[in-house]
Design a protein around this ligand. Sequence first.
Ligand code: DMJ
Length: 485
Amino acid sequence: MGGSRRRRAFVPAAALALAAALIATTGFRPPSAAAPAFPSAAPGAMDDVAAAQMAARVKTEFLHAWHGYERDAWGHDELRPLSRTPCDWYGQSLDMTPVDALDTLVLMGLHTEADKDRQLIDRTLSFDKDVSVKVFEVTIRLLGGLLSGYELTHDPRLLALAEDLGTRLLPAFDSPTGLPYRFVNLRTGQVRGVDSNPAETGTLILEFGTLSRLTGKPVFMEKAKRALVETFRRRSPIGLVGDGLDVVTGKWTDAGSHISGGIDSYYEYQVKCRLLFGDPDCGRMWRASVVAINTYLADEEHGQLWYGHADMDTGQRTATTYSALAAYFPAVLALSGDVARAERLQASSFRMWNLYGIEPEVLDYRTMTVKSPAYHLRPEIVESTYYLYHFTRDPKYRAMGRTMFDDFVKYCRTPAAYASLRSVITKQQMDEMPSYVFAETFKYFYLLFSPPSTLDFDKVIFNTEAHPLLRHLPAALRMASRNPS
Ligand code: DMJ
């Protein structure tokens, strides 16, 4: 960036032309449309007309939930869909749902709603608040949403808000290791939360790196990259990470290794950082990580591929559980070029979904018994379905998505909006509608059924909250250069 201030933005059409000139050669193995690794679910394969009808249905249902939020919780973080009451994470609103939903509104062509939403954010969102926020959540939802919103709408206020937020989060990195504390007070900069995990220390680089690119201030990227590298260099001799890490001592507090919540997006960001910024260090980290993951965490059960838990030092299996959160991994495998393995794992995720007609939070894949029965409107399995449809164009993935969407509507729709399930076995609903249902779940369903021209997959990288960030040449950013190995 050469220190110059650079405020580049895009609207979908302009983005294509701009990004076409900027796409980096990644060096990743290009995903191939190789023969699927499991039999096609061809029945019900969808033609373009049927797909367009599905996209329209998704939009209608999105609007049902959005109007519920507008009616009963406008300006608050989230709607409680059963009691129809608003909820704010920290006692005062940070506009979680408005920011998370903005780019989905734009992509769905809901311009009136998008403008109203953007004006609310412009008018009311302020980070000058005496609240101690979770760095990870605020980064992926708010920083990610503001940055993608800015790139889609050109509204300079969104970038100003993103820069203000990023600046207020910086004290989190002032630990002896450079690993971020979990919480920071937005007004005072006071930090707390020493016992963290790889997902929270290693899922910042897409948002902070993009902020550096857009503001010309390298500090954001430097801090986030150091946090990622410091996490990676603490991997065990067999290449695994645990799920508890002390940011002051740099020592592991929990040696449990897996690809699920607490670690998940640390791996996702290694792959995506390579693709978004062309950073070769991230590529090296991923290549080392995936060998260990496939050696010690991958598991075969009844001829199916799953990923379980193991001790990070010995590699010994500690649990045969797979989660709704882990269902992002086929997307990451496919994005890194391993479509065959991605397809096998996606088939397993879909088995988990079909056990009770909607996926539980945690399943023991050896006994096929539910270990945690809730469904929190999670997007990960839909995200992987979208990625696999993109890479294979196999209609079975749209058919899979239709099954999931039918179940999602059948069990989670409420008169006011959409609700999580307390149990996928009883289908009892609970009074919760996380903001990511607007950022991710509806978006991935919509993109799965929409024509590819809706959003050019190759021109963007989705952050872990499904906010699309424009890809750039490596030279467009001064990277903090550290050798992770
Ligand atoms: C989202 O906030 C993000 O996808 C995060 O990476 C994991 N959890 C939720 C959705 O399940």
